[in-house]
Design a protein around this ligand. Structure first.
Ligand code: GLU
Length: 483
């Protein structure tokens, strides 16, 4: 099995394309075949190096390694279409020699007029084949005289292209609906249909796994393949992704660029797990399984035809599952850079030990890696910034001042600064003041961590240490007098 992923670098890698790449990769790894990465970069105007890099970074982040292709090389020379233009022109000439293709001199304006007329008369709007009957000598002479021409495939008529799609079953296209489409533009550049098909033939691709949006291009690709005297590959067209509302996945449903997930605190393992389940009839969309299991069980024939729903909330949930499953060191390795970036400086030895101690408590409560900095910032800053909502909801409540005063008194007298001792002292404070935990402890949490959302309170105070805890309580108490 030889499969390929063939992105056009005209945009950031889309989550739907990432799924296409993943399914190709899984198919190749399952079969012990090859996964090939080519760049469909013939559109110089819309393509950019930034998008090209983004696609590669995205695939690498997901761990989808390729056996041949751009930056990796392989037996087929270049895997960038922009570097293969001569090859496409060579094939085009061969097809013309075999009269499988012909030169067309109709100008864009003429074509527009005739298309409009056909529509008005209720005929199919595609190219009407006018130049198909030009004698070879005549079209040669006109081209030699410098007249602009495109090259079109002579689609067999009458005729029909039928193929067995792995996902969709038998698919038929009557040639009435397939015009004599363009292979080479008048400037000699290939169309997507020609370039893609020549590559698939040259690279020995056995299975083309791609999005359903390309289904209507497939008869064209089969016709070019046959005209080249080659055997068409097997096709599998994946249904598109939808949002939870049943509409085509778009910005409205959340981020559609993979890089937003990379930067948004997702683990690539979680992303791969979730996306693998979209349309693969393996389990429901909460099934957690390893990459090795995925590879072992993956089969193109299990892919479902129904559109799959990409649900951000489920993905976030699954990310939380994967975060909790990380080993302690791994969790620290993945979040420490985020914590340091947030602070704008590296942590010193002691601070790292503090982070190490509190990290497991943070890990239990997180769904996104990017939540880590806000949870632990209070431990590493001199000046605490108070979350205004927490301040208003908690600090300005009637019982809060008394709770903070009593907490400060009891914690100030504490012999040993341990989680247990802190807990005992604060529970005794609650009893003394006859306050429930919410009324009595939330003010302490907000005063010391700046927010009503933090790691567990007693552990947080232990990690912060007695001096800074007492100073912060005092600062908030001082604030009451100023009000
Ligand atoms: N380059 C095409 C695209 O990004 C896909 C080509 C293909 O898979 O045949 O839409």
């Amino acid at each position: 099995m030889r499969v390929r992923f063939a992105p056009s670098p005209t945009g950031y890698l889309h989550v739907g394309s990432a799924r296409t790449a993943l399914f190709n990769w899984l198919a190749a790894r399952h079969a012990g075949g090859e996964f090939i990465l080519r760049s469909d970069d013939t559109d110089q105007a819309r393509g950019s190096d930034e998008y090209y890099r983004d696609v590669l970074d995205g695939l690498r982040w997901l761990g989808l390694d390729w056996d041949e292709g751009v930056e990796e090389g392989g037996p087929h020379g270049s895997y960038r279409q922009s570097e293969r233009l001569e090859r496409y022109q060579e094939v085009a000439e061969q097809l013309r020699d075999r009269t499988a293709a012909y030169l067309c001199f109709c100008s864009p304006e003429e074509l527009d007029d005739r298309r409009r007329q056909a529509q008005a008369e209720g005929r199919p709007p595609g190219y009407d084949g006018r130049c198909r009957t030009l004698a070879g000598a005549e079209s040669q002479a006109r081209r030699a005289a410098g007249e602009a021409a495109v090259l079109r495939l002579a689609v067999p008529r009458p005729g029909e292209t039928v193929f067995d799609d792995v996902v969709r079953g038998e698919v038929r296209f009557g040639h009435d609906h397939v015009e004599d489409f363009v292979l080479l533009r008048s400037d000699g550049t290939p169309t997507y249909h020609l370039a893609s098909t020549v590559d698939d033939v040259d690279y020995g691709i056995t299975h083309v796994v791609r999005g359903e949006d390309l289904l209507s291009s497939t008869p064209k690709h089969i016709l070019i393949t046959l005209a080249m005297g080659a055997e068409p590959p097997i096709y599998a067209h994946l249904s598109l992704l939808m949002g939870p509302d049943g509409k085509k996945l778009s910005k409205r449903h959340g981020d559609t660029a993979l890089n937003a997930y990379r930067e948004g605190g997702f683990l690539p393992e979680a992303f791969v797990n979730y996306v693998a389940l979209l349309g693969w009839n393996f389990g429901d969309d909460e099934t957690v399984f390893t990459r090795a299991e995925m590879v072992e069980r993956f089969d193109l024939s299990d892919i479902q035809k129904n559109p799959a729903v990409f649900d951000n909330e489920k993905l976030i949930w699954m990310n939380g599952v994967y975060i909790r499953d990380l080993g302690a060191d791994e969790f620290i390795a993945r979040t420490l850079p985020l914590v340091e970036a947030d602070l704008g400086r590296p942590l010193d030895e002691d601070e790292r030990a503090t982070y190490r101690a509190i990290a497991p408590l943070v890990q239990e409560r997180m769904k996104l890696l990017t939540e880590a900095p806000a949870q632990v910032r209070f431990l590493f800053v001199e000046e605490l910034e108070y979350d205004p909502a927490s301040w208003h909801k908690v600090i300005v409540k009637p019982d809060s001042r008394a709770a903070l005063e009593a907490a400060k008194a009891r914690l100030g007298d504490l012999g040993e600064w341990t989680t247990d001792a802190i807990e005992q002292a604060l529970r005794a404070m609650l009893e003394e003041l006859e306050l429930n935990a919410r009324k009595g402890l939330q003010p302490v949490r907000v005063a010391v961590t700046g927010s009503s959302v933090s790691p567990p309170l007693f552990e947080s105070l232990e990690a912060l240490g007695p001096e800074r805890t007492l100073v912060r309580l005092q600062e908030v108490l001082d604030g009451y007098d100023g009000q």
